[in-house]
Design a protein around this ligand. Structure first.
Ligand SMILES: Nc1ncnc2c1ncn2[C@@H]1O[C@H](COP(=O)(O)OP(=O)(O)OP(=O)(O)O)[C@@H](O)[C@H]1O
Length: 303
């Protein structure tokens, strides 16, 4: 049997620029494990999307996304509309790797390579809104613009700290948005601070946001944080960090396969930490649309 052909798409600027030094070691480990690997270094915004689409046209057996959530977002956007969608491996070397965390893929590059080498694919749901795709989370409103406002250089230097600094700077500017929300089950009109549509249970380090979220149940977890004071906002975020938010009256939780959200306000969308256009949007789950290479034993974890 011929070896599987793999396209490794890596972002040399991700995280602390780990792939720059690790590339030869990663290639050697994957090759020793029986894969035939070629690599594409991304050069800037949108390049990982093009590289993934090209890899599919060239009929690679697997694609590997090496980077953070931003790189993964670009890669899945190059794959999601294609008919042939090869299984996707992850090397989580970014500053934020929420999706790898949700799937228990280790940050350690050797362990992550070894999981890819097991070639065990797990189907997972993908979200679509306005011809863009997300794998982890979509959101809008206060605080949700933060992740893509932190420039990549700043992130590399400061790592996770950059997010918190930006967050503190932004807090006094909290402002509610008016939303019309329509699902197959219900319709509502509400002033909210933010909305989040989660596919996985791991959001920007808030692992306890939706503990019951399943990656392959064909459903989103929609959260609406109702209009509230700054003090309540901070209180609810603290409850979310502790996983004690589910009964809070400020937070609405709806499980659905499709949701249409419109607003008279200008609301930017955050898709997996990247800017994803503006409302209105129809958010749809594409059940088990992509296959991700994961640990078959389910015992590995993101450390
Ligand atoms: N060669 C490059 N130099 C600088 N930026 C790049 C390069 N290639 C891709 N990018 C950009 O890097 C961003 C994605 O970064 P990625 O997520 O992989 O790393 P990160 O440091 O973890 O950031 P985050 O976790 O916030 O997404 C994308 O916006 C992409 O356009």
């Amino acid at each position: 049997m011929r070896p599987k052909r793999v396209r490794l798409i890596y972002n040399p600027s991700s995280g602390r620029e780990e792939m720059k030094k690790r590339l030869p070691d990663v290639l050697a480990r994957l090759e020793r494990g029986g894969l035939e690997v070629s690599a594409h270094a991304t050069i800037g915004e949108g390049d990982a999307t093009l590289a993934a689409a090209t890899a599919i046209e060239r009929e690679f057996d697997y694609i590997i996304a090496a980077g953070g959530d931003g790189t993964l977002y670009e890669v899945i956007n190059g794959m999601a509309e294609k008919e042939y969608r090869p299984p996707l491996g992850l090397l989580p070397v970014g500053t934020t790797n929420d999706f790898a965390r949700a799937l228990g893929i280790p940050r350690n590059w050797e362990q992550a390579c070894d999981i890819i080498l097991k070639q065990h694919a797990r189907p997972i749901d993908v979200g679509r809104v306005n011809q863009k795709y997300f794998i982890n989370i979509a959101g809008g409103g206060s605080m949700t613009e933060l992740t893509y406002e932190v420039p990549s250089k700043l992130k590399t230097v400061l790592g996770q700290l950059a997010y918190y600094m930006k967050g503190i700077e932004k807090l006094p500017r909290l402002k509610p948005i008016e939303l019309y929300v329509k699902t197959p089950e219900l319709e509502l009109h509400e002033e909210v601070m933010l909305f989040l549509i989660a596919n996985s249970n791991s959001v920007a380090g808030f692992e306890k946001l939706s503990p019951d979220a399943s990656l392959d149940d064909g459903l989103f977890e929609l959260f609406l944080l109702k209009r509230c004071s700054l003090a309540d906002f901070i209180r609810v975020v603290t409850l979310v960090l502790r996983g004690e938010h589910m009964d809070d009256p400020h937070l609405m939780h709806i499980r659905t396969s499709q949701v249409e959200i419109t607003s008279p306000d200008y609301v930017q969308l955050n898709l997996d930490g990247e800017f994803g256009g503006t409302l209105p949007g129809v958010f749809t789950v594409l059940p088990k649309h992509l296959q991700i290479l994961v640990d078959p034993t389910g015992q590995s974890s993101y450390r």
